[in-house]
Design a protein around this ligand. Structure first.
Ligand code: NAD
Length: 244
């Protein structure tokens, strides 16, 4: 299984949370904007921050790291094995790249729901409204992105799927995540306890590094294509390619 974080999308031009926020938003910490309390206090500010991020995500294209994960999924499917792709990202780039079975732990920034009743509202029903934030056509409550904010619970179903994949996997790839946000950060530890090989791909060391079997230090967009080639070569009887 692979667990991805904001780092895999950094090479597609989507800023991570731990990097400095740019321009207009540099004075805010994500933790101050990505909470129900922040939305309650400053709904227009939070809506505009997400509108800015939604635009960046909509214009972004998947990079070689995303594409390598499509290759891994296809490869393991053809062999009759399971491949679970679990992402903390809300940008939809794994779907754009072509992966089929994606568990989006933290939702999707392009989807919008209402604050009070969680009604999912299609784009055409809110995009022409002038109110900021727009309101729910069904109940009048303000609209928000359908993402999991700090302090909110993950949807039970996706959490159960992720937990099960972590318990059953043989290889766990932790890609471009600081391993700080729970419960996603625990998945690697569950897999490790169950005997899986844990491979971390990151520009930096993280709280997972000490427990990982390997740290592949560098950019996901460079390492994942090499790792994909190494898996495929190894399975077909060849040696791991150099540098992996
Ligand atoms: P994070 O910002 O906490 O950490 C990013 C990690 O990626 C860091 O460890 C960094 O060293 C590493 N990194 C940066 N560039 C990399 C690259 N090119 N290759 C490999 N590693 C790289 O992100 P997180 O751990 O995903 O957790 C924070 C929260 O941020 C999540 O809840 C997520 O929903 C949200 N988030 C999502 C997006 C997105 O959808 N693209 C963007 C920003 C934040």
């Amino acid at each position: 299984m692979a667990l991805t974080g904001a780092g895999i999308s950094a090479e597609s031009g989507i800023p991570t949370f731990r990097e400095a926020q740019t321009g207009l938003w540099s004075k805010y910490r994500p933790e101050e904007l990505a909470t129900p309390q922040a939305f309650h206090r400053h709904p227009a500010l939070v809506w505009k921050w997400y509108a800015w991020r939604r635009q960046i995500a909509a214009e972004a294209t998947p990079n070689r790291g995303h594409v390598a994960l499509v290759g891994l999924e296809d490869y393991y499917r053809k062999k009759g094995c399971n491949f679970s792709l679990i992402t903390q990202n809300v940008d939809g780039l794994h779907t754009k790249a072509g992966n089929h079975d994606i568990i989006e732990l933290h939702g999707n920034i392009q989807r919008v729901k209402c604050f009070d009743s969680n009604h999912i509202i299609p784009y055409q029903d809110w995009s022409t409204q002038t109110a900021v934030p727009p309101t729910c056509p069904r109940c009048g409550s303000p609209l928000r992105p359908d993402v999991v904010w700090f302090g909110e619970n993950l949807p039970r179903k996706v959490l159960d799927q992720a937990w099960q994949a972590a318990q059953e996997c043989q290889i766990f790839l932790s890609i471009g995540t600081s391993s700080l946000v729970e419960p996603a950060a625990s998945l690697a530890h569950i897999a490790h306890r169950r005997g899986a090989l844990v491979i971390e791909i990151n520009l930096d060391t993280t709280t997972l590094t000490a427990q990982a079997d390997y740290l592949l230090h560098g950019k996901a967009g460079e390492i994942l294509p090499e790792l994909f080639a190494a898996f495929v070569n190894q399975q077909s009887g060849q040696e791991f390619t150099e540098g992996v």
